[in-house]
Design a protein around this ligand. Structure first.
Ligand code: NAG
Ligand code: NAG
Ligand code: NAG
Ligand code: ZN
Length: 492
């Protein structure tokens, strides 16, 4: 459905290009084979780093071909257009929703029509929560209708809603100090934004901490780097031994206003209604496709993003772009007629937003083969202009990744940072498999849109997405095609 059919002329051109390309790349590779020492049976490197470096340098023309096709050539904007068609057609794709299942079925067809191999769906069980109708109105000191978004897994309010006075705090410490004031109230958190990782604890645990001191609901300032009156939803967690109270996020603007009102000594009263409900887990799928390896088909380089999203906006940025540049990486490799030695596998995860649910089930199913995974890759923090990758692995593997990233000099995307243990690949990283995430410099801008109505195609720049796809394709292809797997521990 997404494939723009080739004209006859285009087919001929591509054919000639491929032939030339193979003669050239083939010659370079023959030369490098002649000089390289063999690897022994168990795949352990017998080669010096200098020899590995030379092998990687021989991919310069391949990298240029990928870059040209994705960034300047006939497939520029392809992944952007493919993504636009999916998210405009389906909309947001919450775990457990019909939309997510529709998106999975469409992607299954897309990947088949794209000519990828072993396209299949792997069954998983995923959470099913729905927000229902929800509203919040400030009644005192003045009537003010507030924008809210219930947090994933929140319970609803009792029939008729909750009307209560507010206690505003800026931190969990302040909540502890003022615990005696919290009983029967709605706790409003007006914590400052100090970065996602540090601030998100208020969204995750705000309800539990408020319930512990007797609050009847909690409203949390959206975890966002910037706001034009936009609430940002997300996952939160109850604790078994703590009463469950309804919880939602409010805008930065309202959190600050309520805080100002309270500090002037005003009594703030809010009426909250939430129809949120959790249903039994439902059947879903991780969506899988691959280009089977020519020499080591049992060995895998995994590229991934998640297909699910929150239920507001279009889930274009989180994580449509990550899923679609991962697909694009395989498409580009295929379109250039390349087949890596190892299998290049695409996985589109289900229910990442609920805590990597689909990915954890994939790991359980496949972990017996962990020693055959050379690298697991995930893109889930937007695709603004990338500056490099984040990598977790041994020093030797990192040195190899640095060489591979130098192939991206034409795009000026050459950095190898530490970290990158994204939710969906962290299971593998914990098991010692090297992991990489796409790194872009603009996390500040990412959290303008994250989990809000603003997460739409309008937040995506096709040119930046082209660059991200090219980076993703070069890294995944070269790691899948170099003679050895990435070394794990220093001993290997
Ligand atoms: C790709 O998108 C950019 C930015 O919107 C646009 O300038 C360019 O013309 C597009 N290229 C193609 C081939 O459509
Ligand atoms: C593990 O790898 C082997 C060899 O490729 C394959 O036959 C088997 O199906 C894999 N197992 C799982 C659970 O993926
Ligand atoms: C290359 O990227 C770095 C950031 O990674 C940036 O500071 C620099 O200006 C870029 N150079 C060019 C020529 O674009
Ligand atoms: Zn995400």
């Amino acid at each position: 459905m997404f494939l723009i059919p080739f004209s006859q002329e285009e087919k001929k051109k591509l054919g000639t290009m491929k032939l030339f390309f193979f003669l050239f790349v083939g010659a370079v590779h023959l030369l490098s084979l002649g000089s390289g020492k063999a690897t022994n049976k168990n795949g352990t490197s017998q080669r010096t780093f200098q020899e590995i470096k030379e092998e990687i340098a021989s991919y310069e023309e391949v990298a240029k071909a990928i870059i040209n096709l994705a960034v300047y050539g006939k497939y520029q904007n392809r992944s952007y257009e493919r993504l636009g068609l999916l998210v405009d057609t389906v909309g947001p794709r919450l775990s457990g929703s019909k939309n997510l299942e529709k998106a999975i079925q469409i992607m299954y067809q897309n990947l088949q029509q794209d000519g990828l191999e072993d396209v299949h769906l792997e069954p998983v069980r995923i959470p099913h929560w729905e927000r229902g109708e929800e509203s919040a109105v400030m009644l005192q000191p003045r009537i003010h209708k507030m924008a809210i978004l219930g947090l994933g897994t929140s319970i609803g309010t009792p029939p008729g809603g909750i009307t209560a006075e507010v206690l505003v705090v800026t931190s969990f410490d302040e909540l502890q100090r003022r615990a005696s004031e919290a009983r029967g109230k709605i706790v409003v958190y007006n914590q400052p934004y100090t970065g996602y990782k540090t601030t998100v604890q208020y969204r995750m645990q705000g309800a539990v901490e408020a319930a512990k001191v007797g609050a009847v609901a909690s409203l949390i300032r959206s975890v966002a780097s910037f706001s034009i009156y936009s609430p940002h939803t997300g996952f939160q967690e109850y604790q078994d031994d703590v009463p469950k109270i309804p919880t939602a996020c409010i805008t930065v603007e309202d959190a600050e206003m309520i805080s100002r009102m309270a500090s002037r000594g005003d009594t703030v009263i809010i009426h909250l209604e939430m129809g949120a409900k959790t249903y039994p887990d439902t059947d879903s799928f991780n969506t899988v496709a691959e280009i089977t390896g020519s020499k080591y088909p049992d060995q895998v380089v995994l590229v991934s993003g998640h297909l699910d999203s929150w239920d507001v906006g279009q889930g274009a940025m989180d994580d449509g772009v990550g899923a679609f540049i991962s697909w694009e990486a395989l498409s580009l490799v295929k379109d250039l007629g390349l087949r890596p030695k190892r299998t290049l596998r695409l996985v589109l995860w289900a229910a990442e937003e609920q805590g990597g649910i689909g990915a954890s089930q994939y790991y359980e199913l496949h972990k017996a083969n962990a020693s055959r995974y050379s690298l697991v890759m995930e893109s889930d923090s937007g695709t603004f202009l990338p500056s490099g990758i984040q990598f977790t692995g041994s020093d030797k593997a990192r040195a190899i990744m640095k060489e591979i990233m130098s192939l991206l000099q034409p795009l000026n995307v050459t950095k190898v940072f530490s970290g990158g243990e994204g939710t969906d690949i962290n299971f593998w990283i914990q098991a010692g498999v090297p992991g990489a995430s796409l790194c872009d410099d603009d996390l500040y801008r990412y959290f303008f849109f994250h989990h809000s109505y603003g997460d739409t195609m309008t937040a995506i720049d096709p040119k930046q997405m082209n660059v991200a796809a090219a980076v993703w394709a070069v890294v995944s292809y070269v790691v899948a095609d170099i003679e050895e797997m990435l070394p794990r521990s220093e001993g290997e």
